[in-house]
Design a protein. Structure first.
Length: 318
């Protein structure tokens, strides 16, 4: 198993946006490799940090990484959608700030047996918690209509119908068991031009992963509860990696503003040098950051595909 390494994009900007009170209580909803948690806890004196993750590998790795600050950090193995219950169980009624780094971690992508990446042939899994429904269940048990809806809605895949027909044909012969099998089906059921221009697997894999982990439903539920738990003047800092997450966050801020709540959404340009943060994820490209951040998720694209996505995303957000 790989060491739990996850590059914390927008590290300084995200934590700076929380305007840390050294004696305040903060929540990291997506602990991951512990980068954001570490930066937060460094700025605490009498304060406390609650770090949550549904991945036991993340909890174990970050417990070691933050061992120096064990008196200030409480690690919780749970889903951040349960933030109210988690904080209540700890006797916490409100917090100064909350951060969340949405999406899949580089560790999860780089660990073949987790089944997130289409670059490796591994069992279809994609479960962040390692429990419950897996990608295998979605691919083999969902109806064609359900699969097409997922690919179109969560992956914004315009070739969803053809891909699903390919899945139906393959699973009628034998269950689709691995990421390699699924990737090959996808490649064989999109136009040749698409295969030549970019890797056609990204959108389908993203869509299935979102469905397996209920990522967007979790985000919607958690956002409402997070706002309820914030002290007056409290801050939430969210890093989003694709337009679906981004819309949910911005829409919720807009709704709260329309209800008369004093909510401020601030965008700050991020440093583009983070685009090339390591060998295996050559082009994570932050576009904007603040209490809500927009990023281009290019972690599984070629450099050429990444540049195209970055340019199009910048145009969409100017």
């Amino acid at each position: 198993m790989n060491e739990f390494n996850h590059y914390s994009v927008l590290l300084e900007e995200t934590v700076d946006a929380l305007n840390i009170n050294p004696d305040g209580i903060y929540v990291d909803c997506t602990l991951g490799g512990g980068g954001h948690s570490l930066e937060i806890v460094k700025r605490l004196k009498g304060g406390r940090l609650i770090s949550i993750d549904r991945d036991t590998d993340a909890i174990e790795a970050s417990r070691r990484r933050l061992s120096e600050y064990s008196d200030k950090v409480t690690f919780i193995h749970d889903n951040y959608k349960n933030i109210i219950e988690i904080l209540s169980s700890l006797g916490i009624e409100s917090v100064e700030g909350v951060t969340a780094d949405l999406g899949v971690s580089s560790y999860q992508l780089d660990t073949p047996e987790r089944g997130f990446s289409f670059h490796e042939d591994a069992p279809l899994d994609m479960r962040m918690s390692g429990e419950g429904m897996s990608a295998y269940d979605v691919v083999n048990d969902y109806t064609a209509e359900e699969l097409e809806h997922i690919l179109f809605t969560y992956g914004e895949e315009k070739f969803a119908r053809g891909i699903v027909k390919g899945i139906e044909k393959a699973r009628a012969v034998a269950p689709i068991k691995t990421t390699g099998e699924l990737a090959e089906i996808i490649r064989n059921n999109v136009p040749l031009k698409v295969r030549r221009e970019k890797n056609p697997c990204r959108k389908t894999f993203q869509a299935i992963r979102i469905e397996v982990n209920h990522e967007l439903d979790v985000l919607k539920t958690a956002l409402d509860d997070i706002f309820e738990m914030l002290n007056p003047g409290g801050r939430i800092s969210v890093i989003t990696f694709h337009s679906l997450e981004d819309r949910i966050v911005k829409q919720r801020f807009k709704e709260l503003t329309e209800k008369g709540m004093d909510v401020k959404l601030e965008d700050v340009l991020a440093d583009m040098k983070e685009r090339d943060y390591n060998d295996s994820h050559r082009a994570i490209a932050p576009l904007k950051q603040a209490d809500d951040a927009i990023l281009c998720d290019t972690s599984e694209l070629t450099l050429e595909e990444s540049i195209e996505l970055i340019i199009n995303t910048i145009k969409d957000n100017i």
